[in-house]
Design a protein around this ligand. Structure first.
Ligand code: ZEM
Length: 294
């Protein structure tokens, strides 16, 4: 029996090399099924890492990535998590190869690997999350809805401890992936290259004209030029509020600034609610005592 967080052949404490092996296994499997979506599990793995972490509430210090409570039915069945079974099944295959890693570390590491392998910035990541029990599951309703405005975004993200700049930076993840009719009810990708991590989301927000799509689905917007891309109401909210808009414009101009700010905000997201002492146990192995960069 391999104890959790006891990596390596001899069952000693997991080292950076052990986590690198997990990272590599995730990276190698991202395109294992050409039939899946746009040919990569990358986007849905990023969404799993985000939804596992974004349930954090700073007022009660509950929720967040520690615990990996989306393994249990209540949270797995939250409306916001529809479709994430595809990502959890992907991760189950990796867990079989590395039974010593916790789901909570694995799912967050999956988000890091996916972003980096799709051309995004390096994301500092630390191991130390523990798997919890169903009693630790967060209540439904802590993740954002796509059909709302700036006040809703602030309400949801301030609760996690983010500011306006971080909200905009994190939203840039919508360069990746797509909406699925049978998951969220929305339909279509945000960009023409949904498996490449770029600042294209911000370019499109600034440079395209967006009009409301005429259909019997939930309210969403389409680009005037090709009508093949989409934006949610919450995406367009970032261009309608001056405190958000200045960052949208900045990230459209400078992919470097977007990458730097996204890396910091996503790394913070993945650690919300994880007690610092969990990370301490691994500190001796961390580069410069701070974090791993794969
Ligand atoms: Zn998303 N997101 N998201 N997001 N998201 C979807 C898909 C993806 C919102 C939202 O309602 C939706 C962040 C923020 C917000 C990703 C990453 C991140 C979908 C489509 C919806 C409806 C789901 C489906 O049908 O499959 C809202 C309202 C947000 C508020 C700002 C943040 C923050 C993210 C990461 C940092 C990703 C990668 C996807 C694509 C998933 C896929 O399967 O392709």
């Amino acid at each position: 029996q391999v104890r959790e967080s006891q990596g390596g052949q001899l069952g000693g404490p997991a080292t950076k090399g052990d986590y690198q092996k997990v990272y590599n296994a995730i990276a190698e499997a991202l395109e294992k099924n050409p039939e899946y979506d746009d040919g990569s599990y990358g986007p849905v793995l990023v969404r799993l890492a985000w939804h596992a972490s974004g349930t954090y509430d700073k007022h009660s210090n509950t929720g967040g990535s520690n615990g990996a409570t989306m393994r249990f039915a209540p949270e797995a069945n939250h409306g916001a998590n529809a479709g994430l079974g595809a990502a959890r099944d992907f991760m189950e295959e990796i867990k079989k190869q590395f039974p010593w890693i916790t789901y909570a570390d694995l799912w967050t590491l999956g988000g890091v690997a996916a972003i980096q392998e799709m051309g995004g910035p390096k994301i500092p990541w630390r191991p130390g999350r523990k798997d919890g029990t169903v009693e630790q599951s967060p209540p439904e309703g802590r993740l954002p809805d796509g059909d709302k405005g700036p006040d809703h975004l602030r309400h949801i993200f301030y609760k996690m401890g983010f500011n306006d700049q971080e909200i905009v930076a994190l939203s840039g993840a919508h360069a990746l992936g797509r909406c699925h009719k049978d998951r969220s009810g929305f339909e279509g990708p945000w960009t023409f290259a949904p498996t490449s991590f770029t600042n294209e989301y911000f370019n499109l927000l600034v440079n395209e004209k967006w009009t409301q799509k005429k259909w019997n689905g939930p309210p969403q917007f389409e680009d005037k030029t090709t009508k093949s891309l989409m934006m949610l109401m919450t995406d367009l909210a970032l261009t309608q509020d001056s405190s958000f808009r200045k960052h949208v414009q900045r990230y459209a101009k400078s992919e470097d600034e977007f990458f730097n700010d996204f890396s910091a905000a996503f790394s913070k997201l993945l650690e919300l609610g994880v007690p610092e002492e969990n990370f301490k146990a691994f500190e001796a192995q961390l580069e410069g005592g701070r974090s791993f960069k794969f």
